[in-house]
Design a binder for this molecule. Structure first.
Ligand code: PLP
Length: 228
């Protein structure tokens, strides 16, 4: 089958499944946003996804996003970009310039660098705090017991527009505990956005309150292995 047709089928199947899952758990489908996770996806495929109505994309690497997106954004008004990968503070300038949402804020130094760029550029991206719900040593994210502190520093000291939380459960194993933990920290802090759930587990995430699911391979097909 033609790659464009594949993409159309995959995208509409994910949309249907998000809708059905939301309805099945008594939620409104429009309260669940599909973020197309598009790391390694080439610009022509991104354009095809845009042509199929996709408007929100998540990227992992700043350099890659900077090489792919400016032209596409110019040609396609109304696209929103989310940063979903680890971010170095020294790249805050470029991240604030390009992204509408930065989902991967996990430490005060990065938050402070973002706040400085907000002041300099007059652009205020929405922020999610990434939480390392599974306590994996190699994984980004603030530890759950330190999340309240970081949230309040970002909101109250830096005045960042903190909208919610993000987590990436372990690749293997049962993500339910991660989803529950993230939902509970969000609730305690009055945050409405829960970015959780990927290709394998977005339906489960929706049933635990996800407002944003980040789906990559189920839309665009398998990626070449990518070192994170
Ligand atoms: C790649 C990626 C996704 C999407 O993963 P799939 O399993 O391909 O759906 C979601 N979130 C983050 C942070 C990612 O890096």
């Amino acid at each position: 089958m033609d790659r464009k047709v594949d993409l159309e089928v995959a995208l509409s199947s994910i949309r249907n499944s998000i809708q059905e899952t939301a309805v099945a758990c008594g939620r409104r489908p429009e309260d669940v946003t599909l973020v197309a996770a598009s790391k390694t996806v080439e610009p022509d495929r991104l354009q095809s996804a845009i042509d199929l109505g996709q408007r929100i994309f998540g990227e992992n690497r700043l350099e890659e996003a900077r090489s792919k997106w400016p032209e596409l954004l110019q040609a396609n008004p109304g696209i929103k970009l989310h940063m979903i990968g680890p971010l170095q503070s020294k790249k805050a300038r470029d991240a604030v310039a390009l992204f509408d949402v930065i989902q991967s804020v996990d430490r005060l130094s990065l938050a402070a660098a973002i706040a400085k760029e907000r002041d300099r550029q007059g652009r205020s991206p929405a922020i999610c705090i990434q939480v390392n719900t599974s306590y994996e040593p190699q994984k980004s994210g603030v530890l759950p017991e330190q999340a309240d502190g970081l949230i309040s520093e970002c909101r109250d000291q830096l005045g960042l527009h903190v909208v919610g939380l993000m987590c990436i459960p372990p690749a293997e194993g049962e993500p339910v505990d991660d989803f529950r933990k993230l939902a509970s920290i969000a609730q305690q802090n009055g945050l409405s956005v829960l970015s959780m759930g990927m290709s394998q587990d977005f339906a489960l995430a929706i049933s635990h309150g996800a407002t944003h699911v980040r789906v990559g391979s189920a839309i665009f097909g398998a990626r070449k292995p990518l070192s994170i």
